[in-house]
Design a protein around this ligand. Sequence first.
Ligand SMILES: C[S@@+](CC[C@H](N)C(=O)[O-])C[C@H]1O[C@@H](n2cnc3c(N)ncnc32)[C@H](O)[C@@H]1O
Length: 234
Amino acid sequence: MTEARYDAVAEFYQAGWTDTYDDPVVVDLFALLGSVDGQDVLDVACGHGRVTRELARRGARAIGVDLSAALLDTARAIEDQQRLGVKYIHADIGDWTPPAGSFDAVTCCFGLSDIDDLDSAIEVLSAALRPGGRFIFCLLHPCFGGGGEISGSWPTERTYYDEGWWLPAGRASSLRRRVGANHRMLSTYVNDFAVHGLRLDSIAEPPPPTAWSEGELLAAGRFPVFLVGRCMKL
Ligand SMILES: C[S@@+](CC[C@H](N)C(=O)[O-])C[C@H]1O[C@@H](n2cnc3c(N)ncnc32)[C@H](O)[C@@H]1O
């Protein structure tokens, strides 16, 4: 199992990323997902379960999988209080073996750039989907160049074409300063989806937060900041 970087920042993460679903990225994620009522849905890199719980509230039989034991402790504690019927599994998605073809949908909200072994993760999650099932993801746009105190998808001293894990330093990149990120080109994602039988059929590029429309954040707000996508399992 790879290093669970979120164990060290669990309190910070769960305090900042709460059960709210009105920001444009999460709105687009659920719009591309469509109805999950009565469906089996796997939430990959579920963290403390904020998206997994919303899947269950929308009628899904939801399972969350994550590498961070600390975040899963919180997810399970909330489940004990709220009883939404969510199950949580502690695993590296790339090493896990879910029952093949057993899910109608897989979601991954801001998890792909945290996952070190993308190819194994996509292979596993694709195998978990039924034919015709859908994979919905969101992430910081691989083409986001950053600006001011907000770090982009790749280090300023390197180029978009240099892939790899790195630790951003931007003052306003409060999470990524702590856990780092894997930069991959957009083509790397789309081609890996295709290798594992996932056809990208719809994308959304939600706008940056309104606070980025002025002041020192304006420079970053001129770039595509977020990417939300849906793949269909062939
Ligand atoms: C930015 S958080 C997103 C959490 C959650 N999806 C949300 O929206 O709040 C990224 C998550 O990816 C998880 N993660 C990183 N690598 C993973 C792996 N190989 N397998 C499963 N989870 C992983 C981390 O532990 C962390 O919880």
